[in-house]
Write a protein that binds this ligand. Sequence first.
Ligand SMILES: Cc1ncc(COP(=O)(O)O)c(C=O)c1O
Length: 370
Amino acid sequence: MNNQEELIRREILGIKEYIPGKPIEETQRELGLTDVIKLASNENPLGPAKEVLAAIQETAPAVYLYPDSNRYHLKQALAEHLKLDPAWIFPGNGSDEVIKLFAEAYFCPGDEVIVAKPTFSVYEYAARLMGAEVVTVPAADGYRHDLEGMAAAVTARTKAVFICNPNNPTGTIISRQQLRDFFDRLPQRVLLVIDEAYSDYVDDEADYGRGRELLESGRVLILRTFSKIYGMAGLRVGYGIAHPALLQWLERVKEPFSINIIAQRAAIAALQAKEHVALSRRLNAEGKKQLYRGLTELGLTYLPTQANFILFQVPVESKLVYDGMLRRGVILRMADSFGLPRHLRVTVGTPEQNTRFLQALKEVLASSGS
Ligand SMILES: Cc1ncc(COP(=O)(O)O)c(C=O)c1O
């Protein structure tokens, strides 16, 4: 057997495998359970719209054809939805792919990439993959992006900064003024990625800074996804919004057929299903209130959220709670990988799922003696 560590690119050695939310089937298999709910990956508990299901069925006979490499119709539909020119839109195989392509196009060994902590881990992964150095700026209050600290971390080697707004796993947002001030402090040569995967859930609209206002600069890439409010995580469609001068390089490095034919058509249908989006938003707003009440009754502290998940603190190691919940058929997300060993993240579910989560949590906390 070769010594693999000698063969592999040095950069790969620093990459940790992504830890996804535990799948339902795996949990059923391992624990012999039948009734399992997953509140671990911020998926839409309503699933996709009926229009999406119809588009999937209608497209099924066409799967012998390659998908449209240019994603023409999807770009057109998104352009109409966003009131933008299609040249400003880059659909990808999940926003994860857009992040990776951005890194492939722009990051080199020697570059520095600034990320917050805690935040979504794929930014760091993509930077490391390309051999860029990751500069992590811890949240000043433990949760919120320390924009002051992130601006101060910029050096002559900084290539890009990632901002997650609302942030995963905290659900906190950056205001319009904060975003503008931060952007104004960045040198002209630094790129800014603003991940708006959860923007559709924001209810504090007045205090929310959208990246859109900064697009004209040509240095900003906004990320959005069909995995969350559109309920299509399993189909893998996301998109970037940026100046065509930036997106042309992503088009150049992308694989020819990264979004499959069903996913492209389903995403177009999802944009038409405005009722479903409105319903999902309402369900989330109600669910947030239900979970806030329930967590408060259990004596737990949580972060008020602008997304479809809630980060909460437990009085014991989070693994104990996680395992106890799993045995009761409720999959959560531990926040230890985000550097928060006493926090867990729960996705806002249906009223029934939220009730079940709260009941199971009550039992687990009681049995852990807290
Ligand atoms: C902040 C954030 N960005 C991007 C993604 C990835 O989305 P996609 O499914 O489009 O790859 C996620 C998924 O959890 C996320 O939380």
